[in-house]
Design a protein around this ligand. Structure first.
Ligand code: 8DG
Ligand code: MG
Ligand code: MG
Length: 153
């Protein structure tokens, strides 16, 4: 058991109007094999927005804009004695020369690969063949209003 830690997860949408956001399969740590958003630990003195920008750049190479707070959730990983408060942020991928770049796999030891999906597709991903990272399940369970907002933004 350890004291609760703070994780930041980022919904990176392909554009202001496109419903697709970046998602990938985790590798080599808590929740390996599950679908999760780019993100990581909040560092000392860091704002939620700065953490979101840094983690998304480190993990996918995407620059993001319109970075906003969505909500916070509580997740206990009882099997490994960890407790995370997740700060969920929403952002839009920044265009480069008028084009949205593809997310790149910059930390191949931590993620199997990045792709784009919609919220309904993400809900469908929680099945026998694959599962969602626990904070995403917490989001759907604990913050249905925020999910609605995401779906109809
Ligand atoms: P870091 O230690 O370099 O800051 O982070 P990382 O190497 O990117 O690790 P991570 O496992 O991706 O993120 C650290 C923890 O953050 C993770 O073990 C659990 C927590 N976390 C949440 N929600 C989310 C989320 O939506 N996405 C990601 N990637 N991590 C999350 O609580
Ligand atoms: Mg990271
Ligand atoms: Mg990460």
């Amino acid at each position: 058991m350890s004291v609760p830690q703070i994780g930041v997860g980022v919904f990176v949408f392909r554009s202001k109007t496109d419903p697709h956001f970046v998602i990938g399969v985790r590798k080599g740590s808590t929740g390996a094999g599950t679908y999760a958003l780019p993100g990581g630990h909040l560092e000392y003195g860091e704002s939620f927005e700065k953490c979101a920008v840094r983690e998304v750049m480190e993990e996918t190479g995407l620059a993001i804009c319109d970075v906003r707070f969505l909500t916070a959730t509580n997740s206990v990983f009882a099997d490994v004695g960890k407790h995370y408060v997740t700060i969920f942020m929403v952002a839009v991928a920044a265009e480069v020369n008028g084009v949205v770049p593809q997310p790149r796999l910059l930390e191949p030891d931590k993620c199997e690969g990045w792709g784009w999906c919609t919220l309904p597709q993400m809900r469908d991903m929680d099945n026998a063949a694959c599962q969602l990272f626990q904070p995403l399940l917490s989001l759907m369970e604990q913050r249905p209003d925020s999910c609605e907002l995401l779906e109809h933004r």
